[in-house]
Design a protein around this ligand. Structure first.
Ligand SMILES: Cc1ncc(COP(=O)(O)O)c(C=O)c1O
Length: 318
């Protein structure tokens, strides 16, 4: 009989160590091996459990987050779910701001954990007090004993991926890979993971898909922000209308553009071909991977990341 006491663990110990699976049906090309890191195996079914666990632990150690405190964050939903879950598990209050394009499933999940949500217009310009990032800062400033996760500008975000996602991929690939493909919003995933992998093997190339409507690709190529590019799109959690401090373009080798149909089409395709139900940003990473594969002239081992589950977007994508 199994002794439950010896097998049980703390909920937060289940964050990370996610599976890496080969996508042989979606990418059947000779000599090409594509692997996907399934981040929906985390407790709130997204990659963001990693960074919130890391940031909350660091804030507790530094004394920035005290017992009875309130955690505040601007979030497209996944970071919010991670904050809401970890706040509930550790006994903190949580207040979360998000753009109104965030799917209903994501909004309700936060409330299920007991978090308070503030929904802001998606098309509010970055300098407007109604923009969800500005709104979170205002709430944090007026709430006593509050701590802001500050995922866009907090270097501990990328450190979480440097400490966990990168080493896991390196181990799971036996140290043999050529490309890492990841889109970004805060840039934590691509920066922390990409930096770790390149430190192990400087020949590894990092490819970053960027939605039409985001400023990142032009900034990567020219060092300039072109505000005329800022537009709305339906894919959640990636691309930006401002430069996140967490995003280090030095780890990126190549960027490419995609639209909602490209990303959602790939999310639908992988569900039917591989039996993997993932979200729109996963679809974007798979689209970027497909474009990379189409341009290859020799064998390659490629890793991409599927940041969250399609269950969060059943009514929006599928
Ligand atoms: C669904 C989804 N995919 C991808 C990302 C991008 O990850 P990062 O913020 O690490 O760049 C996010 C971040 O909000 C997200 O919510």
């Amino acid at each position: 009989m199994t002794d439950v006491a010896t097998t049980a663990c703390d909920l937060l110990d289940t964050v990370g160590n996610t599976p890496l699976v080969r996508l042989a049906k979606l990418f059947p090309q000779d000599g090409v091996e594509v692997f996907a890191k399934l981040e929906f195996f985390n407790p709130t079914a997204s990659v963001k459990d990693r960074i919130v666990r890391h940031i909350v632990a660091a804030a507790e150690r530094s004394g920035e987050l005290k017992p009875g405190g309130t955690i505040v964050e601007n979030t497209s939903g996944n970071t919010g779910a991670a904050v809401a879950m970890i706040a509930a598990a550790k006994g903190y209050r949580a207040i979360l701001t998000m753009p109104d394009k965030t799917s209903a499933e994501k909004q309700k999940a936060l409330q299920a954990f007991g978090a308070e949500i503030v929904v802001c217009p998606t098309d509010a310009p970055p300098d407007s007090p109604e923009h969800y990032v500005k709104k979170a800062r205002a709430i944090a400033a007026e709430t006593p004993n509050s701590f802001m996760i500050n995922q866009y500008d907090n270097p501990v975000n990328a450190e979480a991926h440097y400490a966990t996602t990168g080493p896991e991929i390196w181990r799971q690939m036996d140290g043999r890979l050529d490309y890492f493909v990841a889109s970004g919003s805060t840039g934590g995933t691509v920066t922390g993971t990409g930096r770790y992998l390149k430190e192990q093997d400087p020949s590894i190339k990092v490819v970053m898909p960027d939605p039409i409507g985001s400023i990142y690709k032009t900034y990567f190529e020219t060092g300039e922000i072109d505000e005329s590019e800022i537009g709305t799109y339906q894919v959640e959690g990636i691309g930006e209308d401002h430069i996140a401090k967490c995003m280090d373009f030095a780890v990126v080798d190549e960027m490419l553009k995609f639209n909602d149909d490209d990303a959602f089409g790939m999310a639908r395709e992988i569900a039917r071909t591989e039996g993997i139900l993932c979200g729109g940003s996963s679809g974007a990473n798979l689209y970027g991977t497909r474009k990379l594969v189409e341009g290859l002239s020799g064998p390659a081992r490629i890793v991409t990341v599927l940041p969250d589950t399609g269950l969060k977007y059943l009514s929006k994508i599928f």
